[in-house]
Design a protein around this ligand. Structure first.
Ligand SMILES: [Cu+2]
Length: 215
């Protein structure tokens, strides 16, 4: 009798519990594109070995119908090291802080914009403390340095945690996705965006077969 009340209440509180959880996983097809980071020639000794990055990676995320989730309290870290941002590409949840870190013996500026809208532009001197920033937007946040024009990084902000950066082999996995129908996208700085629709079922894994064909 008690269970008769408890179970429906539980299902109402946790729809994912009712529908079950699945997985969106696969390998992004980069269509054989070559990815070569360009070496930088700079008079700044702190920038020895710096590169203009272009990595064989994409940010894969649910782009439609994702259940919103609160941002984690832990920040994502964007480190300036050897006059290159590390990592070049990462995801974050809206409201999650981006912690700017300067590990270099030189001054950097960190300029951020999203969709043509300026978000912030700050100076970080050598030895300056980590600086938390909250861009309060969703989409691709583009980050660059006014002092070292080759430096760039991308933080793709979503209102949910169902995203992943592809591994070296292009593979990715979005875990614990509530059963449902979703649009999934892969984004790369130069290749753009490709999308696919998937149906996630309880206990199943589905491959959206994301491919940058003809890019
Ligand atoms: Cu810089």
């Amino acid at each position: 009798m008690r269970l008769g009340v408890f179970l429906p209440a539980l299902l109402l509180l946790f729809p994912g519990f009712a529908l079950g959880l699945g997985r969106i996983a696969g390998t992004v097809d980069f269509n054989g594109r070559a990815f070569k980071a360009q070496k930088v020639v700079s008079a700044d000794p702190a920038c020895k070995g710096a590169v203009v990055p272009w990595e064989r990676r994409a940010l894969v995320r649910i782009s439609k119908n994702a259940p919103p989730r609160a941002a984690p309290a832990t920040p994502v870290i964007l480190e300036q090291k050897g006059c290159t941002y590390q990592p070049w590409l990462q995801g974050a949840v809206r409201g999650q802080k981006i912690l700017l870190r300067n590990s270099d013996g030189t001054t950097h500026s960190v300029r951020a914009e999203a969709g043509g809208q300026a978000l912030f532009n700050v100076i970080q001197a050598p030895g300056a403390p980590d600086l938390p920033k909250d861009p309060h937007v969703t989409g691709v946040v583009k980050i660059g340095c006014d002092l070292h024009p080759w430096m760039k990084a991308f933080v793709v902000v979503s209102d949910h945690p169902f995203f992943a950066v592809t591994a070296d082999d292009g593979s990715f996995e979005l875990k614990d996705v509530p059963a449902g129908t979703y649009e999934v996208e892969a984004w790369n700085e130069r290749l753009g965006t490709v999308r696919a629709e998937v149906v996630v079922e309880d206990g199943q894994s589905v491959d959206p077969k994301l491919a940058f064909i003809g890019r």
